[in-house]
Design a protein around this ligand. Sequence first.
Ligand SMILES: NC(=O)c1ccc[n+]([C@@H]2O[C@H](COP(=O)([O-])OP(=O)(O)OC[C@H]3O[C@@H](n4cnc5c(N)ncnc54)[C@H](OP(=O)(O)O)[C@@H]3O)[C@@H](O)[C@H]2O)c1
Length: 311
Amino acid sequence: MKAVHTTKRALSLVERQKAPVRGTGQVKVRVQHASVNPTDLDIVNGGFDLYFRLYGAKSPERTGLEFSGLVVEGSARFPDGAHVFGYTHLIKGPKTHQQVISVPEGWVAAIPEGMSFAEAAAFPLAAQTSLVALRDVARLRPGQTVLIIGGSGGLGVFAIQIARNFGASVTGLAGPAGQRVMTALGAERVFDYRETPLSDIAGPFDAALDLSARYRFRDVRHLLAPRGVFVPADPVKNARSIAANPIRAQKTGKLYVDRGNSALLTELARQAATGALETGHVREFPLEEYRAAFETLKTPGRIGRTVLRMQ
Ligand SMILES: NC(=O)c1ccc[n+]([C@@H]2O[C@H](COP(=O)([O-])OP(=O)(O)OC[C@H]3O[C@@H](n4cnc5c(N)ncnc54)[C@H](OP(=O)(O)O)[C@@H]3O)[C@@H](O)[C@H]2O)c1
């Protein structure tokens, strides 16, 4: 099988790798598509080296956290031939930029009718993280207001829809290319960060979700309602303000979603099947063009997600 390999901050495509053996409680999947995420870029650039060492793990030589594919060695729940998608663990999971993986079935769900393999590979991490951020960390309720910073990116296109489905009023912030899509997905107000800095946006917001990973609590504090919550995508960069939560009314939420949750993914898949979540913002590259796919992560104006066609 082929796999994307990373060593010394560089990427290559390796061939004739041995396919993994299926472990207990796992399903073996022939990967059809796999997304490329900012986290993959961090893996390549060594951004997680310390984190992996803290957990006694070696820095990975593979990238990829999400996948869609066909079960080739299944279980009672996911038999051979089932179409599945999932999100593997950053440290403990197999990486998905390889043509065959073996993954715990608790991180996997069935692809709903009508969703393509490309859309399914682009779905689990982004949709599940957005759901957890808004429902569990921000505790968003109907009628509340939310600012989604980075509303046009991989997570943002789902976060806007999920917030809107909660009955919240959504304001989106992204670059010029993202304005139209944020409106189409349900944002009531949209801003271009190049023209309207955070300081010029009128609040108050019950929650501010920062998917650009560029801001800190002090940057959004003036926008938050008296008991508003700031939810940064990068909890490590915001560890200090998370620690300061007990002494102030406005909070910084701790968002950390490190693997797929089969029950949550099944629920999100159900919403996609009913049309409540649109999944079409996907740009696809053949595996051989993995370098170009990774390059999209460094380029502003990308709408939604990038996926590799693995076979
Ligand atoms: N904590 C967790 O559990 C968890 C889990 C998964 C992912 N994440 C993190 O979530 C983040 C989002 O991932 P993603 O795939 O959605 O990234 P992405 O596709 O690169 O999206 C980034 C978004 O931020 C916007 N942006 C860039 N600079 C900005 C600025 N100065 N002000 C406002 N918006 C700006 C971009 O707009 P333009 O393209 O127009 O510039 C784009 O809409 C990543 O940092 C990822 O590591 C966290």
